[in-house]
Design a protein around this ligand. Structure first.
Ligand code: NAD
Length: 488
């Protein structure tokens, strides 16, 4: 754990193992934090929030620190990628790209730090001046899942720090190790002690204590629905601002005029990259009946040839899933879909042979004949499982795509520009990709419609979620206020 710019054990002295998902066995030990460690970290973050070393640091200097952190990350991106892959099993090829790109989030918010502006209001009272100030909230809890630990930390940490808050990070108990080399860079960048802290441990112990802590003034969370609901209930009761980035059941919609090669690559990437463990996984293929056979054949051809194996090997295309529990959950979803009558076109079970014997590998799996009422069409699997559904008209495509409680992302594949814009407007999802899938950048807002969450990360407006507005009225007149009535 990391408190006051120092690495520290848990007060209890307890540790827990973390697993290498490619080998299905523990490879490191993580400090098992508790409520007492949370208290230490939050008190430190609060102290740092009011300390002039941070509270009186100019916004431009906060930007300088964030840029320095970005430089340090860029210099260590290969090592950070290896730490992530070892712990969460995502392909080293993907994590190298992610870590090399990650500094851009810090640079984007470094640039915004000194552009946080209040305004002078057009007062309707002749002697009265009014203006607004935008002020940081205080201690922010950043709670992160296991699929992209450092990137999803960056999405919270960069805007929260740019706005002048201090932060306590709570990594997932399944992927806590990469935060250590990252925090060494935070310290090296020169952030004052207590500005960035991290407490490792379970959601039930550390996460719950963090959102309940009276000095925590905002929560930024990415994760599953159950934890999101539990956190939202607490922060609702405590009236503290909260962003919840939750799951999805996103559709890739392929029209009859689509470029089939391009679409097939996007569909495969949407569901089999990261073994389907991305919140924006394109887990439903909604395809026009007239080209369904062609599209599905091409997707099958690419997916069948995918090299499954060690995520550290740069030639591997499908790695393991991150946790043993997740493996069980995915296999149960697959069995359920089979029982419900969906037809297995590819895969349909655990991958075996070679490294897959010990690790937690699932075969890339494709189901046809998926009825919109089936669980596979409605629930997030968070694994490499694609559900194929057919449509005849644009209206039908739209209603199938929107027939989900979620609304995180959608892909539209068409050469018809008007249709692309019509669909982009009508789809109920926070990110729409046209003729591409699964891309992002710090300048774009990211988040969910419906049950996929509230609030947005990324983009200029995200920084507002870490600020509060204050109105200041100054009476410059000679008369002053009337004693018994409001001055209007
Ligand atoms: P999770 O919800 O189990 O855990 C996420 C984090 O919350 C972990 O750090 C965990 O310890 C903590 N936590 C759990 N219960 C808590 C509680 N009661 N109070 C406070 N903290 C608690 O999620 P996961 O299984 O690690 O991640 C997978 C989920 O995340 C998927 O559903 C996926 O779709 C979602 N996800 C969403 C996005 C997005 O941006 N929308 C991005 C990635 C992942």
């Amino acid at each position: 754990m990391f408190i006051d710019n120092r690495f520290t054990d848990a007060i209890s002295g307890r540790w827990f193992p973390t697993d290498d998902p490619a080998r299905g066995k523990p490879w490191a030990e993580v400090a098992a934090g508790g409520a007492d460690d949370v208290d230490r970290a939050v008190v430190s973050a609060h102290r740092a929030f009011v300390d002039p070393a941070w509270s009186r640091m100019s916004a431009s200097d906060r930007g300088v620190l964030l840029n320095r952190l970005a430089d340090l990350i860029a210099g260590k991106s290969a090592a950070l990628a290896e730490a992530e892959t070892r712990d969460n099993g995502k392909l080293l090829a993907e994590m190298r790209g992610q870590m090399a790109y990650m500094p851009r989030w810090y640079r984007y918010y470094a640039g915004l730090a000194d552009k946080i502006e209040g305004s002078v209001l057009p007062s309707d009272k002749p002697d009265m001046m009014a203006y607004t100030r935008l002020e940081p909230l205080g201690v922010v809890a950043a709670i992160v899942p296991w699929n992209s630990p450092l990137l999803l930390t960056a999405w919270k940490l960069a805007p929260a720090l740019a706005a002048g808050n201090t932060v306590v990070i709570k990594p997932s108990e399944f992927t806590s190790t990469s935060i250590t080399p990252f925090l060494e860079l935070v310290r090296e960048a020169g952030f004052p002690p207590g500005v960035v802290n991290a407490v490792t441990g379970t959601g039930a112990e550390v996460g719950a204590a963090l959102v309940e802590h009276p000095l925590v003034r905002a929560v930024a969370f990415t994760g599953g629905e159950a934890a999101g609901m539990a956190i939202g209930a607490v922060t609702g009761r405590r009236f503290i601002p909260t962003t919840l980035e939750l799951g999805g059941k996103s559709a890739n919609i392929v029209f009859e005029d689509a470029d089939v090669h391009r679409a097939a690559n996007g569909i495969v990437g949407g569901i089999f990259a990261a073994s389907g463990q991305t919140c924006v996984a394109g887990s439903r293929l909604v395809v026009h009946r007239s080209i369904a056979a062609e599209v599905v054949d091409r997707v099958l051809m690419i997916a069948k040839a995918a090299r499954i194996g060690d995520p550290m090997d740069l030639s591997t295309q499908v790695g393991p899933v991150t946790t043993e529990q997740q493996l069980g959950k995915i296999l149960r979803h697959i069995d359920d879909a089979k029982r419900a009558g969906a037809e297995v076109l590819l895969g349909g079970g655990r991958a075996v042979g070679g490294i897959c014997e010990d690790g937690w590998f699932v075969q890339p799996t494709i189901f046809a004949g998926v009825d919109p009422g089936m669980r596979l069409a409605r629930e997030e699997v968070f694994g490499p499982v694609l559900a194929v559904m057919l449509f005849d008209t644009e209206e039908e495509a739209l209603s199938l795509a929107n027939a989900t409680d979620y609304g995180l992302a959608a892909g539209v594949w068409t050469r018809d520009l008007n249709r692309a814009h019509r669909m982009a407007g009508a789809l109920q999802a926070g990110s729409i990709w046209v003729n591409t899938y699964r891309t992002s950048g710090p300048m774009a807002p990211f988040g969910g419609y419906k049950k996929s969450g509230i609030g947005r990360e990324g983009g200029q407006l995200a920084i507002q979620q870490f600020l509060q507005q204050k109105a200041v009225w100054i009476d410059m007149g000679s008369e002053g206020p009337p004693p018994f009535v409001m001055k209007l």
